[in-house]
Design a protein around this ligand. Sequence first.
Ligand SMILES: NC(=O)c1ccc[n+]([C@@H]2O[C@H](COP(=O)([O-])OP(=O)(O)OC[C@H]3O[C@@H](n4cnc5c(N)ncnc54)[C@H](O)[C@@H]3O)[C@@H](O)[C@H]2O)c1
Length: 382
Amino acid sequence: MRVLILGADGYLGWPTCMYFSQRGHEVIGVDNYFRRNAAVELDCEPLLPTPNLIQRAKVWEELTGKKINIHIGDATNYTFLLQIFKEYKPEAVIHYAEQPSAPYSMINRDKAAFTLQNNLVSTLNIVYAVKETNPDCHIIKLGTMGEYGTPNIDIEEGWLEIEHKERKDKFLFPRQASSLYHTTKVQDTDMLWFYVRTWGIRVTDLMQGPVYGISTDEADIDSRLVPNFNYDEIFGTVLNRFIVQAIANYPLTVYGKGGQIRGYLNLKDTMQCVYLSATQPAKNGELRIFNQVTETFSVNELADKVYTVGKELGYNIKVDHIENPRKEKEEHYYNPKYTGLLELGLKPNYLTDEVLAGIFRVVERYKDRINREAIFRGIKWK
Ligand SMILES: NC(=O)c1ccc[n+]([C@@H]2O[C@H](COP(=O)([O-])OP(=O)(O)OC[C@H]3O[C@@H](n4cnc5c(N)ncnc54)[C@H](O)[C@@H]3O)[C@@H](O)[C@H]2O)c1
């Protein structure tokens, strides 16, 4: 399969490039280094040093003999993107190329406007490029579980059948995002659904939960192949952040009561989910939605796990309940369904103490690079 991966330099994008390449697929990776530049601008660079995307692809080729074609450019630039589609004629496109941080989107109006423009226009461009070059190309789009918010009913997989005044119909499950970033993901889903209905394109929209971890079979081959690992308030995800905080002797930053429950998954499982979606594609005219998580935890439960495993490893960890900078429910019902990807063949890597200890061990090697200033700044929703 020829697979175009947009956002190929990112936390998920680079391991995905290697995952497909390792399995014999032709991979084309595109990135505009937004994330690298934003990390420099906001002084929150990843914990592990990572060569740039061109260098990473060279290292991969030296070690495996497999080529990943890299292009540095912006998915919101239609001329550039269309050229890539024309040159490579991908059979699947995996769309990671978005501004992925809720706090970033809440910093100020300019960052909100950038997030809106970047995320929606990149998605629109992909739809147009697919229509213009190969309407059978399968779009695999990364959405987020945050699109649903925390409703007081079970969260179904994408859709909800509603009976109203004795008539029935199926609609997108109600979405009520809790940041501007998450709102752009809702708008993406809505836009994709419009073009699926109108042009008959095929789309898989993956409602992913926060990802944790640093290890994949391919990334573990050589330290120059590691994914970006952010631990700061803006780009880091909660479990990765807590582990770095534990090692830095920084009290774990639980927001408010800590009863916020979310669905999580291991980086290795993101690889599996995207791969299973690509190799068993949606049909033309179908918007297929999966909830991409493997288990749910409250923030307090994550802090407890980090505390317990950290203690075993000799760390004296403190847990702090700080004033919540976000506007979100701190205690709520949460029961998402997530059977679709299991039915496609996902074999989950659950969050065991051993998995946590493995992340601790990697972070320990780089602890001199931890920038304490980046850990928490308190970007407020209000
Ligand atoms: N990491 C998670 O826990 C998580 C959870 C749910 C959803 N997601 C979604 O998955 C996707 C990837 O997330 P990630 O954690 O790898 O983020 P990331 O920031 O590490 O990767 C995204 C990459 O896309 C690039 N990019 C952004 N805009 C671009 C553009 N216009 N043109 C070209 N490249 C562009 C960035 O430079 C970056 O390298 C995002 O859409 C994110 O919203 C991530």
